[in-house]
Design a protein around this ligand. Structure first.
Ligand code: SF4
Length: 66
């Protein structure tokens, strides 16, 4: 699972538009059943290491860029 640091996010919405699973929302757009994840995301973003290099897509997922 990935977490987005809310102190670094500028709410440009680029990731939300590109996510093939439609799993990313801007804070104001998070559906009600998932709103508890806003706080969890912020908490986990503080303690998880940052991803600083591009990674290959998971092999179980089709390459949606093709
Ligand atoms: S791409 Fe996503 S995480 Fe990055 S600044 Fe834009 S909304 Fe925030």
């Amino acid at each position: 699972m990935l977490y987005i640091d809310p102190t670094q996010c500028i709410s440009c919405s680029a990731c939300a538009e590109e996510c093939p699973e439609h799993a990313i929302f801007l804070d104001d757009d998070v559906p009600e059943p998932w709103r508890d994840f806003i706080a969890l995301n912020a908490e986990m973003a503080e303690i998880c290491p940052s991803i600083t290099q591009q990674k290959q897509p998971l092999k179980s997922k089709p390459n949606r860029a093709e």
